[in-house]
Design a protein around this ligand. Structure first.
Ligand code: PLP
Length: 428
């Protein structure tokens, strides 16, 4: 931090405040995590200086011997870890990755089908104002009243709308996906199936969620959520990775080539090599036995937190969780999602407001909040800590104006963050 402090006090001040916020707060946003110092070191490395449009061995710029080595290692590690024939590690982030999949498999105006944002899906799965609905014809499926996916409903909709691409994946779904059912639905209507495992990639590695490999035609994932790497994304698939990089048919066999061509020259220029190196390191970490234990603890903690909240009378969508996250309907506590987010933030607990199924409120002040355990589990927190957090959240939501309650919650946050320190080597 010394150089930033010296050269740019304004940025330095905000950065130090952010370090303090991360160290002293409870991070319950389920899409966030804390990367290792090694991952951070790669992100701050000289690799950020290099242009390397193209792929290893086929670059449009000279001087890429070492970058080729790094990207090849990242690709090989991704293939081995997930058990696929091909990995593209260049997407700048999750949204561009999904854009690339659509670019690869669809023509403008073709129909795609995904889970509605209001029911836990992602914007790139066909939200009206997103590219996925502007450039394609978007059909959206929903959950049932209780928040569960209804596979018969999804099949009926697919038969009626005949999408070319079906997307399975979510940002706020607390249960497991049945990838086999999605494969069957996609086959029945002759659609490609994209599994967007951004939220659950780390759980899949840990054996805590079934893998879509062999069922989905193509898999996209961010690398910064449960996978605990840098911000970034990958696209994984089976098929023939050595088809020449020229225009090819849209067959399953050609998906690796279609994806590579969609990333560059289709959508992107130079890959972020510092990010690629950091992804490679994160994949190495995810291949260790400790990561498996981490993923198991993430789901154990989510269950413990859900149980604690249920004991306190909270209403959880689907009545619980079997992954890393949960969605709470906070309206029985007589607060809105936005109010809940703000009051929890004021005691050092970071969550985000979220729509609940068939929400009668608006996206900017919905009925729910979403919380998850990936980040606090990285800090080493256990089931006993989850119980305390659940009690504190419920008490704050029940009495958001009671200063004593809020102070008690602040004390709990201080005790837990001291007991489970984050980045002890970082001194703001
Ligand atoms: C996070 C997420 C994305 C988008 O990732 P960004 O890196 O924020 O662009 C896409 N799909 C799903 C399911 C996600 O959870």
């Amino acid at each position: 931090m010394n150089n930033i402090e010296q050269y740019d006090p304004e940025i330095s001040q905000a950065l130090k405040a952010e370090i303090r916020r991360q160290k002293h707060g409870l991070e319950l946003i389920p899409s966030e995590n804390f990367v290792s110092p090694a991952v951070m070191e790669a992100l701050g490395s000289v690799l950020t200086n290099k242009y390397s449009e193209g792929y290893p061995g086929k670059r449009y710029y000279g001087g890429n011997v070492h970058v080729d080595e790094i990207e090849n290692i990242a690709r090989e590690r991704a293939k081995k870890l997930f058990g696929v024939d091909h990995a593209n590690v260049q997407p700048y982030s999750g949204s561009p990755a999904n854009q690339a999949v659509c670019f690869a498999l669809l023509d403008p105006g073709d129909t795609l089908m995904g889970l509605s944002l209001a029911f836990g899906g992602h914007m790139t799965h066909g939200l009206k104002v997103n590219f996925s609905a502007k450039y394609y014809r978007s059909v959206q499926y929903q959950t049932n009243q209780n928040g569960w996916l209804d596979y018969d409903m999804i099949l009926d909709l697919a038969k009626k709308e005949r999408p070319k691409l079906i997307i399975v994946g979510a940002t706020a779904y607390p249960r497991k996906f049945d990838f086999e059912k999605f494969r069957d639905i996609a086959r029945q209507v002759d659609a490609f199936l994209l599994a967007d495992i951004s939220h659950i990639a780390g759980l899949i590695i840990a054996g805590e969620h079934p893998s879509p490999v062999g069922l989905a035609d193509v898999i996209s994932t961010t690398t910064h959520k449960t996978l605990r790497g840098p911000r970034g994304a990958m696209i994984l698939s089976n098929g023939n990775p050595s088809t020449p990089l020229k225009a090819v048919d849209r067959s399953r066999e050609n998906i690796p080539t279609l994806i590579d061509r969609a990333i560059i020259p289709g959508l992107q220029g130079g890959p972020h090599n510092h990010q690629t190196a950091a992804i490679a390191i994160a994949l190495h970490e995810a291949a260790q036995p400790e990561f498996r234990e981490y993923g198991k603890q993430v789901t154990r903690n989510a269950k413990a937190l859900a149980d604690s909240l249920l004991e306190q009378g909270a209403k959880l969508i689907t009545d619980g969780t079997d992954n890393h996250l949960m969605v709470i309907d906070v309206t029985p506590f007589d607060v809105t999602g936005k109010e809940a987010e703000i009051v929890l933030d004021s005691v050092g607990i970071t969550v985000n407001k979220n729509m609940i199924p068939f929400d009668e409120r608006k996206p900017f002040d919905p009925s729910g909040i979403r919380l998850g355990t990936p980040a606090i589990t990285t800090r080493g927190m256990d089931a006993a800590a989850m119980k305390k957090i659940g009690v504190a959240i419920a008490s704050v939501l029940k009495q958001p104006k009671n200063t004593e309650t809020l102070d008690q919650a602040r004390v709990m946050v201080r005790e837990l963050t001291e007991q489970f320190p984050l980045y002890p080597e970082l001194k703001p």
